[in-house]
Design a protein around this ligand. Structure first.
Ligand code: DGJ
Length: 539
């Protein structure tokens, strides 16, 4: 009996140790969760802010090349690396998968305690098709190409019905990847999210002009799309709404009849086709292992002609088309290289879209903009491109990341209550103000004794009725009562400090010149500081 019991126990133990059922693995996997006013990325049961960077396109194709980079990336400090994973290296021969690189990258990341977001570079990267395996590239019959200005281009078509074999082959490989990640990472959660394809869209023409694409364009707009437009009529992105209403808000007709015979209709048609394709690939992958998934966007200015940027990618004006096409993509993300970072962050942070910045400038720009993304828009992550270039300004980025990372628990708690604001200030835009906790908070570029800061950035959190936490550099803050009141306000105390394991360790009491003789809560332009201010009222 005793022997039997121990045999049972060892079988049970074996089951527990080696055959974790899918449900147990998945219970706690990285996911997006609404908490109060915001939605957060939850990793191992807690909110997680990706303070990351994306490496150059080819770096992660060699484990040897990557080896010395990881410790340097971790030291910036980054907590997440966005790294390509290409179809050509995962499935060099049809149906033969090679996960050596994937496994190696995970092992290297874990060694440095860094998380990973994989970029699935498959049918398209920057609108082109350079990443599919050769067996796909060679078989133009099975995997058809687009036609641009009357000539076939070496770019895979996305048009529904025409591109199904491409989509299915892409989805099969992606599913194999997700299945494998689930097997090797279902418990550790080193992989947080997946990017599906990269900056999709037609480059070089407004739309695909293959015979099949022309035929689809002359056919009816799918009812799934017109139903969506009808159901979301009042909340559609304004320019899309205007276009549709101007055309009579038609619920049937060809693409040109419903959306007008212009390049806008071409872009909407392409958006629908790319979206159908990408949602299908993502849905298959999620069925294997359900991680959050996003699509990144090469941004266009409003007056650019579709095709001068990838026509059909999730630009703000066609994001609704992408949403109408499916729900497997959780977020649409801008690659912000435009100087107007705040403008783009604003456009991609919508009630129905969380902000994540997968690509942007790093260095001093990144060091500033991360405060706008995280403080003002509750972004779930920020990731400058070419981070393994370790360009000038990486130390500034690291200083911002360290400070933001150290206050993350407070940030998450107060973001959920809507108590966080972020900003970047420059000579052209040196002032901002907002309401917080019944106060007016005025933030301007720092100045003292005639010395003016040229730039500033930071965030402010209301941590108590009369208490605020600030992080950043180069600005000063004036807090006044919001409603007309005979009461005046002063600073009871301003302390600099640090957080260690979530515990506040006060440093200097800031007074005198450091708070402009009690007039301003100041953040020195020379370095990123974490400071607490308490205000008091008097008559
Ligand atoms: C955007 C792309 O998504 C990246 O892979 C890279 O090509 C950068 N552009 C280069 O600036």
């Amino acid at each position: 009996m005793k022997a039997n019991l121990s045999a049972v126990a060892s079988v049970l133990l074996g089951t527990l140790l080696f055959v974790t059922p899918a449900s147990a693995q998945d219970a706690n996997l990285p996911h997006l969760e609404k908490r109060g006013d915001t939605t957060q990325l939850i990793v191992d049961g807690k909110p997680f802010l990706m303070l990351g960077g994306e490496i150059y396109n080819s770096s992660s194709s060699s484990l040897e090349y990557m080896k010395p980079l990881w410790p340097r990336l971790a030291a910036i400090p980054l907590n997440t690396v966005l790294t390509p994973l290409s179809w050509e290296l995962i499935e060099p021969a049809e149906g033969k998968y090679d996960f050596t690189l994937l496994d190696g990258l995970l092992a290297q990341a874990r060694e440095q305690r860094v998380r990973v977001v994989f970029l699935w570079l498959a049918a398209w990267k920057n609108g082109m098709s350079s990443y599919p395996p050769v067996w796909v590239k060679q078989n133009t019959k099975r995997f058809p190409r687009v036609v641009l200005h009357n000539s076939e281009a070496n770019i895979l078509s996305s048009v529904a019905g025409y591109s199904d074999a491409t989509r299915d082959a892409d989805a099969r490989a992606f599913t194999a990847v997700m299945q494998h990640i689930r097997e090797v990472d279902g418990r550790e959660h080193t992989v947080l999210m997946m990017q599906v394809e990269n900056e999709v869209g037609i480059l070089g023409d407004t739309r695909d002009h293959s015979a099949q694409a022309d035929q689809a364009f002359a056919g009816p707009v799918p009812a799934q799309l017109t139903e969506y437009l009808k159901a979301h009529r009042d909340s559609l992105e304004p320019t899309l709404r205007a276009l549709w209403l101007e055309g009579g808000a038609k619920t049937s007709g060809t693409w040109a009849q419903v959306f007008g015979d212009t390049a806008r209709a071409d872009e909407i048609f392409m958006a629908w086709n790319y979206a159908r394709y990408v949602h299908a690939v993502a849905a298959k992958g999620k069925a294997a292992y359900d991680l959050p998934m996003y699509v990144n966007t090469w941004l266009a200015r409003d007056d650019n002609l579709p095709g001068s940027y990838p026509s059909g990618g999730p630009e703000p004006r066609v994001m609704d088309i992408w949403k109408a096409a499916g729900s497997a993509i959780d977020l649409y993300s801008p690659d912000v290289y435009d100087p107007d970072f705040a403008g783009w962050a604003n456009r991609y942070h919508r009630p129905d879209n969380l902000l994540f910045i997968p690509e942007t400038h790093g260095g001093k720009n990144g060091a500033a903009n991360v405060f706008d993304a995280v403080g003002e828009h509750a972004a779930i992550g920020f990731s400058p491109f070419a981070i393994d270039g370790f360009q000038e300004g990486t130390t500034d980025l690291g200083a911002s990341y360290s400070a933001i990372g150290s206050i993350a628990p407070i940030l998450f708690e107060q973001q959920a209550k809507g108590n966080v604001r972020g900003f970047t200030l420059s000579k052209d835009h040196g002032f901002t103000q907002f309401y917080m906790n019944g106060y007016v908070v005025q933030v301007s570029l720092d100045e003292i004794f005639g010395n003016h800061a040229e730039s500033g950035y930071g965030l402010i959190i209301a941590t108590g009725r009369d208490e605020f936490l600030g992080v950043g550099k180069g600005f000063r803050v004036l807090i006044t009562p919001r409603s007309p009141s005979p009461l005046k306000l002063g600073y009871a105390s301003i302390d600099e400090g640090t957080f260690k394991d979530g515990k506040w360790i006060p440093g200097r009491r800031l007074n005198g010149d450091e708070n402009d003789q009690g007039n301003y809560w100041r953040f020195d332009p020379r370095e990123v500081r974490i400071e607490k201010a308490v205000v008091y009222r008097y008559e």
